[in-house]
Design a protein around this ligand. Sequence first.
Ligand code: 13P
Length: 314
Amino acid sequence: MTNKIMTKHIYNTIQEEIAALKKERKAIILAHNYQVGEIQDIADFTGDSLRLAQEATKTDAEVILFSGVHFMAETASILCPDKKVIVPDIEAGCSLADMIRPEDIRRWKAGHPDGIVVCYVNTSAAVKAESDYCCTSSNAVEVVKSISANREILFVPDFFLGTYVKQQTGRENIELWKGYCPTHVMIQSSEIEKIRTEHPKAEFLMHPECGCLTKSMHLADRIMSTEGMIRYVKESRAEEFIIATETGILHRMQKDNPKKNFIPASPQAVCHYMKMNTLEKIVQSLENLEYEVKVPKELADRARKPIERMLTIV
Ligand code: 13P
């Protein structure tokens, strides 16, 4: 595969240019639900972390352009070691994933030799490699339920998702790491109470990473992953929804359901890492086949095990 595109054409729109480059590169574009609307619109698949990881394993494309954040591209590289995985901006990281290091897990395991480590997908490949099970927000409860009740669990790194899992499973033997997503933690109970009073008929959907989860879990009509929310709003008879997660998700909700009304629980809940990707950067990325995210084989082989365990459970 040559690294440079030899002939340069003139296109009417950047969307046409991306379509042509995609064909030339035998590439697919996977975009997370938090990407800006115009990226969601040109993506082959838009979805949550689980769906995108699954789509990565199904494709016969040679190149996977992952428009999301770094750990998502790493997951695709772990699951598809023979594919070229590229990202539009190598600086698009995840603050939550950065809150836990492999040495933190090794230390815990040294003190809990029979303990089980469950890591949220928002972790680096190096952290996954030290973990027993991986999970996403859509299956964390199911994954933990599949683990023998007498085994102690260390759940990393999201404290709020871990709190939700503890509540749903009724298990006391789960130790929670105190990590959090700075975007979701901004969604606070005081805002929720105010919006619910202003929109009494609206259904209230909450992502389990939200800061309001500890105080206001009981107020949510549903607690779900981003893809779960996308599906739910289509099926529900309600006409109005309060959405507690990163605001990028509202684009697809509004597009799929033009007659329904979607209210962000917090308009400030914008992940600046997710918004670093742009159409212009996608063009450059496909033209130059950069920036490649490649997890080294030895690490990928270890990090794949907890992900595969999760995929067999769900
Ligand atoms: P989802 O798996 O629900 O898309 O969540 C991923 C994420 O990064 C939330 O911050």
